[in-house]
Design a protein around this ligand. Structure first.
Ligand code: ATP
Length: 263
């Protein structure tokens, strides 16, 4: 059997008395899209923070492409091939779209794009080549964003901010890209466009995989190969969305939350 691209084993983290992620096992194969779903506060973002090195696990391991990366600092995990976006935007509003993507490239340039930005005479050729690549990345994620590449990111509407964040994450040439609620703030039309964008990006990068936290069932029902459900920090289901959605434990997790909201 092929070894998974990302292999999460028995991953746990405890904050004082709260076990936010508990014994989670998750495999992501090459060229696969897996969605993580679950009620608010279930531990989905914390799981991303563990995989990307923002938190150190209390227990368990994370292996990327056969290399164990458990406990590595976030910048090293990014350089090893895991890129991510966050629930709240981390774009630099006062920089152009192009510069936001250039910053995402720093793990893949030898002289360092930041250094080149600070020292304009030096590393000019590398900067120009990187700027061209950044432009192409923006075009590949979203052709309609490309003509706006020299405008400030702060002026972008929410859906385009999400697209730009994906372009920036791709700039590090990751093996795995993790998106935290990419459709939040999007209407149905934008969500459908996002599904098409992710599919196009995947088809242009054989072997790259997506791990996506989502609440929008429209996206969850159409995009992923597989869906993993987290509830109270534990994975309670993993499989085809059509099967997972019918499982009593999954329905209970969602209905329980709705009942609590209406109480
Ligand atoms: N740094 C931290 N310190 C203490 N508790 C934390 C910390 N980070 C997360 N938690 C707790 O861990 C639990 C899981 O939170 P998390 O943000 O991972 O949930 P989530 O599934 O991503 O929720 P949502 O869908 O609302 O974003 C919550 O109870 C949260 O309060």
């Amino acid at each position: 059997m092929n070894r998974p691209l990302l292999d999460v084993r028995d991953l746990s983290i405890r904050f004082g008395g709260l076990v936010a992620v508990a014994d989670v096992n998750l495999k992501l194969n090459a060229s696969e899209i897996v969605c993580i779903i679950g009620p608010n506060g279930a531990g989905k973002s914390t799981l991303f923070n563990l995989i990307s090195g923002i938190y150190r696990p209390t227990q368990g391991s994370v292996t990327l492409d056969g290399q164990e990366i458990t406990g590595w600092p976030a910048h090293r995990i990014a350089a090893a091939g895991i890129a991510r976006t966050f629930q709240s935007s981390r774009l630099f509003n006062d920089l152009t779209l192009l510069d936001n993507v250039l910053i995402g490239m720093h793990t893949r340039t030898s002289a360092g794009v930041l250094q080149a930005l600070l020292l304009p005479g030096k590393a000019r050729a590398e900067l120009e080549a990187a700027a061209e690549r950044a432009g192409e990345l923006i075009r590949s994620v979203s052709p309609h964003l490309y003509p706006r590449r020299h405008t400030l990111a702060g002026a972008l509407p929410q859906a385009d901010r999400r697209r730009l964040e994906i372009a920036r994450a791709l700039a590090s040439e990751p093996k795995v890209i993790m998106l935290d609620e990419p459709s939040s703030g999007m209407d149905d039309r934008d969500t459908d466009a996002l599904v098409a964008d992710v599919r196009r990006v995947m088809s242009e990068r054989p072997g790259m995989s997506f791990l996506i936290i989502e609440h929008d069932m429209r996206l969850v029902a159409t995009l992923p190969n597989r869906v993993a459900v987290i509830d109270y920090g534990r994975k309670i289901a993993d499989g085809d969305f059509s099967e997972v959605r019918l499982m009593p434990r999954v329905q209970e997790a969602y209905l329980g939350q709705k009942a609590a909201q209406h109480a």
